[in-house]
Design a protein around this ligand. Structure first.
Ligand code: GRF
Length: 230
């Protein structure tokens, strides 16, 4: 089986990128990261890539008058590097068809909520503000919307009464790293297929052969202290 050739787009910290690099290093993920691109020069994730000996590139979106021109520049670099699948790992730009048509159904995003709940920025704070008891993270294919693409897999995480945005984000991140690496390995094993809709207006559906595409579940929620009597 040939290795999955990945390109990873980042804008910041890069802990999901690190999870990918670590999983490759330990043999859990049958992939190669061909290129890491950041739209921000100071993204900490760039250093993580360099430490792992992975080529990096900085393409500031501000250098382009049109979104499409920025997107086309990304596609060119990724293609030149031999990338087959693209991972958005904390990449804070919305991609246009100029990008998505370059990698049809081959762009994956990790979002820190159970889609379709809480799309966009600061999903953890949105979940706390709403008062949900279960949130989680979603790995999905990217379409033109914000966190709206076909869902590959989800992990559920209980929200605690004393959670802050930071504590919840921290707990979610552990599951994000697990889920992202797990899904990428399914792609490497050729378990993932996309069914195009037969009716207009229907969403494309993802099939994942041989696994249940859910991890985590809310086991934490039932592990509460017994209530004291009297
Ligand atoms: C993660 O919470 C991810 O779900 C969201 O952006 C954050 C990126 O974190 N899309 P990192 O840069 O991977 O540490």
């Amino acid at each position: 089986m040939s290795k999955l050739d990945l390109g990873v787009l980042i804008s910041g910290r890069g802990s999901n990128l690190q999870a990918i690099l670590d999983a490759i290093e330990s043999g859990k993920l049958d992939a190669r990261v061909r290129l890491v691109i950041s739209n921000k020069k100071k993204a900490a994730g760039l250093e993580r890539a360099r430490d792992a000996g992975v080529p990096t590139s900085v393409i500031p979106h501000k250098d382009f008058a049109q979104r499409e021109d920025f997107d086309r520049a990304l596609v060119k670099e990724l293609r030149d590097a031999g990338v087959a699948w693209v991972v958005l790992a904390g990449f804070m730009r919305i991609l246009t068809p100029a990008f998505l048509d370059g990698f049809p159904h081959r762009v994956v995003n990790i979002h820190p909520a159970l889609c379709p709940a809480f799309p966009g920025v600061d999903a953890q704070a949105q979940a706390l503000a709403y008062g949900v008891r279960v949130t989680g993270c979603t790995v999905h294919l990217v379409d033109q919307g914000v966190d709206t693409g076909p869902i590959l897999a989800q992990a559920a995480v209980a929200v605690r009464d004393d959670d802050t945005r930071e504590s919840l984000a921290h707990r979610l991140l552990v599951y994000e790293h697990r889920l992202l690496v797990t899904v990428l390995q399914w792609i490497a094993e050729d378990r993932v297929s996309i069914e195009q809709p037969s009716e207009q207006g229907e969403r494309p559906r993802v099939r994942v052969r041989g696994v249940v595409p859910v991890i985590g579940l809310a086991e934490e929620a039932v592990r509460a202290e017994p209530a004291r009597r009297g």
